[in-house]
Design a protein around this ligand. Structure first.
Ligand code: NAP
Length: 266
C-alpha cells in the first residue's frame, strides 16, 4: 500500500536511471514533491516523462548538477528550495563504480571514486541540512538516506577505491545519525548487493573483456554471490527507501541495511 508522504519535498541524486529512477517513482507514488538531480539534463527530462506516465500528477523539478561540485550542489539546492521549500527527504544515490586492481588504481581514479560516492553525499547533506533542520523543528521530520552498498560493509577485490568510498558513506551515516538524533532527522544507509542497473551492465562488460567469459557467465558470476542466486531489482532497493521515509520509521537511525538476498549473512 502506498505510504502517504504528500507534505514532503524529496531530493534524489542520480535520479535519471537505475536505482535512483526507481526511488523517484516510489516517492512520487507516495505523493512527495520531487527534485531530481544528475549531471544530464536530457536524462532527467526523459525520466520526468517516464514518471508522468505512471504518476500523471507528480510535482517535479529538474536540478542538474554534479555532486562532486560543491557550488553546483548549492545552486541546485537553492533552486529546489525556492520552488518547493526545504528538502525533507534527501536520497544520496548518485554513484560510480570503477574497477581496477589496486596497483592500477591511480590517484585520479581514487579521487574520482571518493569525490562522487563520498564527498558528493557530504556536499548534498551540507546544502540541505539547515532547511531540513528548520522544517523538523516545525514538525516535519527529516530523512537522509545514503545509498551505500554491500561494498560499504565488506571488501570486494578490484574495486578498492569504491569499497573505501562506500565504507566512508556508512561511517558518515553512523556519525551523523548520532549527531542529529535529537533534532528530528534520521540518517540511514541502504546497502544493495549487485542490482540490475547500468553499473552492473558495465561490470558484466568489464568481466567479459578481462576474462573472456560470455555475458551470461559474467552475470551468473555476479548473481552467484547472492544466496538467492539472482540480481537485486532496483524497485526492491526503492521499497526500503520508502519504508525509511515513512511515518513510523523514526526509531530507525544510524543503520546500514543490506538489500542483498542474504549475501552478508554468510
Ligand atoms: P546507474 O544506473 O549507473 O545510476 C547512477 C546515477 O548516478 C546516474 O543517474 C548518474 O547520472 C548519476 N551520477 C553519476 N555520477 C554523478 C555525479 N558526479 N553527479 C551527479 N550524478 C551522478 O547506477 P545504479 O546502480 O542505479 O547506482 C545508484 C547507486 O547505487 C550508486 O551510489 C551505486 O554505487 C549504488 N549501488 C549500486 C549497486 C548495483 O549493483 N547496481 C550495488 C550497490 C550500490 P548522470 O550520469 O546523468 O550524472
Amino acid at each position: 500500500m502506498a505510504q502517504k508522504l504528500d507534505d514532503r519535498h524529496a531530493l534524489i541524486t542520480g535520479a535519471g536511471a537505475g536505482i535512483g529512477a526507481a526511488i523517484a517513482l516510489q516517492l512520487a507514488q507516495a505523493g512527495c514533491r520531487l527534485t531530481l538531480c544528475g549531471r544530464s539534463q536530457g536524462t532527467l527530462q526523459a525520466q520526468v516523462e517516464a514518471l508522468r506516465e505512471q504518476v500523471p500528477d507528480v510535482t517535479v523539478l529538474i536540478a542538474p548538477m554534479d555532486v562532486a561540485d560543491a557550488h553546483a550542489v548549492q545552486a541546485a539546492v537553492q533552486l529546489a528550495h525556492a520552488r518547493f521549500g526545504p528538502v525533507n527527504i534527501l536520497v544520496n544515490n548518485a554513484g560510480q563504480a570503477s574497477s581496477q586492481p589496486f596497483a592500477k588504481t591511480d590517484a585520479a581514479m581514487w579521487q574520482q571514486m571518493l569525490n562522487v560516492n563520498l564527498t558528493g553525499a557530504y556536499h548534498c547533506i551540507q546544502a540541505v541540512l539547515p532547511g531540513m533542520l528548520e522544517a523538523a523543528q516545525l514538525g516535519t521530520p527529516g530523512r537522509i538516506v545514503n545509498i551505500a552498498s554491500t561494498a560499504g560493509l565488506k571488501g570486494y577485490a578490484y574495486v578498492s577505491a569504491y569499497v573505501a568510498a562506500k565504507h566512508g558513506v556508512v561511517g558518515l551515516t553512523k556519525a551523523l545519525a548520532l549527531e542529529l538524533a535529537r533534532k528530528g532527522v534520521t540518517v540511514n544507509a541502504i546497502c544493495p548487493g549487485y542490482t540490475e542497473t547500468d553499473i552492473v551492465h558495465e561490470a558484466v562488460l568489464n568481466i567479459v573483456t578481462k576474462t573472456g567469459k560470455t555475458e551470461a557467465q559474467a552475470r551468473q558470476a555476479l548473481a552467484a554471490g547472492n544466496p538467492q542466486q539472482r540480481l537485486v531489482q532496483p524497485n526492491e532497493v526503492a521499497q526500503s527507501v520508502l519504508w525509511l521515509c515513512a511515518a513510523g520509521s523514526d526509531a530507525i537511525n544510524g543503520q546500514a541495511i543490506a538489500i542483498d538476498g542474504g549475501e552478508l549473512a554468510g
